[in-house]
Design a binder for this molecule. Structure first.
Ligand code: NAD
Ligand code: G6P
Ligand code: MN
Length: 439
């Protein structure tokens, strides 16, 4: 079997060790000859990389491993770029969340003004990765899950239309795992779904088992009472558990479908703000827990020189990344939800919008499946949100204050143009080191 070379961009990510462990577990179907890490923060990456080096030496010494901050070394001779960068890292995520909250508006990593601010930072970072890939490994594919995926996907559609980049999100996968549990199935792979929307903004319209039996009634009955919180204990942290529970109210708005949890930020922003602590947001939780845990474990492993010295968890559900890589590498034609140009898949929706829909994936890329016409409620919500995402990309390209103000004003999470302007002015101040200077 052919063996592949992969570069993980954002090597210093909290998710990197879990993904490396997941790649090791999947060697039978996606064999690797080389793993490289690339990051623009060498010191942060070094801790993760030195621990992964020990881990790889113990578990798979045949896989070559290296890491660094030099794009040429990192992006040369690779088959896949797995990208999960966070431009500005957690301190900027914290500001994305806290600045809107100061104005009584949802403060969230990917939704509302915070997501817009993050988008303005991410666009340049992800385009740079695309350009390195095209320069040093023009036949490679980039599997991107850097956020905010909706804005990043729109930016690559507009600014790098021919790039071999696939944008994917794990939220539907996480929710489908819960649905499978609710339906009494062992795995989400025992379900076949229809779904449409934008990234972090979509709905399931059909969920069936592999014999074609409709699972929606059973799942809906559960969601109506408990949201996506399954009966047996789930491992989610409290803030995520609230999000899964709130899906109950999101669902109530359109009982024909089952919603993505992220819709709560658009449909219940008042509730979200009332339940946020403006002094302590999700970024603080992640810095205090996941980031601390991963970096402590890696430091311990490096100090001891063996992987048993620190606890690193395999990111089981990240195996969708291997599903995607193998679909391209071995032309498996696997059915997956990807963020792709609409081009008529939803005939009564903007053909140029980036939508999240089922695609068959093979060695020439994704082949989107026909969704069909969508109801007015979804059409209206999605049209507004797509306009926000497009305006952000135009604002970034044209350095336009006006367009960014329009984008924030148009976000369903924001009550007025005056509030939008106050938030924008604070965001500009906070993002000086990352955003183009707006005129
Ligand atoms: P993190 O801050 O721990 O890691 C991100 C890394 O990217 C850091 O080491 C940072 O130095 C590096 N980086 C930043 N800008 C860079 C640039 N321009 N070039 C190279 N490296 C750069 O963040 P994390 O919480 O581990 O998340 C990583 C990313 O994955 C985020 O964008 C997050 O939103 C995303 N994510 C997406 C999904 C999804 O569903 N699509 C799921 C989980 C995480
Ligand atoms: C889900 C979403 C990602 C998002 C992440 C945030 O996985 O699909 O897009 O980045 O949640 O999780 P966190 O634990 O960092 O708040
Ligand atoms: Mn996501």
């Amino acid at each position: 079997m052919k063996k592949f070379s992969v570069v993980i961009a954002g090597g210093g990510s909290t998710f990197t060790p879990g993904i490396v462990l997941m790649l090791l577990e999947n060697q039978h179907r996606f064999p690797l000859k080389e793993i490289k890490f690339y990051d623009n923060d060498g010191a942060r990456q070094e801790i993760i990389a030195e621990a992964c080096k020990i881990l790889l030496k113990e578990k798979a010494p045949e896989i070559a491993f290296s890491y660094g901050t030099d794009p040429k070394a990192a992006f040369s001779d690779v088959d896949f770029v797995m990208a999960h960068i966070r431009v500005g890292k957690y301190p900027m995520r914290e500001l994305d969340e806290k600045i809107p909250l100061r104005h009584g508006v949802v403060g969230q990593e990917t939704c509302g003004p915070g997501g817009i601010a993050y988008g303005m930072r991410s666009i340049g970072g992800v385009l740079e990765l695309v350009d390195y890939m095209e320069q040093y490994s023009p036949n490679a594919w980039m599997l991107n899950y850097s956020n905010p995926a909706a804005i990043v996907a729109e930016a690559t559609r507009r600014l790098r239309p021919n790039a071999k980049i696939l944008n994917i999100c794990d939220m539907p996968i996480g929710i489908e795992g819960r649905m499978a549990q609710i339906a009494g199935l062992k795995s989400r792979k025992e379900m076949r779904v229809r779904y449409y929307g934008l990234n972090h903004f979509g709905w399931w319209t059909r969920i069936e088992d592999l014999e074609g039996n409709d699972l929606m009634p059973k799942i809906k009955e559960h969601v109506a009472r408990h949201g996506y919180v399954p009966n047996s204990a789930s491992h989610a942290e409290a803030s995520w558990n609230d999000t899964f529970a709130k899906a109950k109210d999101v669902w109530a708005l359109d009982p024909d479908t089952l919603p993505n949890t992220y819709l709560k930020y658009y449909l219940y922003p008042d509730y979200v703000v009332a339940h946020s602590n403006p002094e302590h947001t999700r970024a603080n939780e992640v810095m205090e827990h996941r980031e601390k845990q991963v970096f402590t474990a890696c430091t311990e492993i490096v100090k001891a020189g063996n992987s048993a010295a620190g606890e690193l968890e395999i990111d089981e559900h990240a195996s969708y990344i291997v599903d995607l890589a193998t679909a391209i590498a071995f032309n498996t034609q696997e059915r997956m939800l990807l963020i792709v140009p609409n081009r008529g898949a939803i005939p009564n929706f903007d053909p140029e919008a980036m939508v999240e829909i089922p695609c068959l994936v093979g060695s020439s890329g994704p082949e989107p499946l026909q969704v069909g016409s969508i109801p007015l409620f979804q059409q209206g919500l999605m049209g507004q949100q797509v306009a926000v995402e497009k305006l952000v990309v135009e604002a970034w390209t044209e350095h336009s204050y006006q367009k960014l103000w329009q984008a924030i004003t148009l976000s369903k999470t924001v009550p007025s143009a005056s509030v939008a302007k106050s938030i924008l002015d604070d965001l500009i101040e906070a993002n000086k080191a990352y955003w183009p200077e707006l005129k």
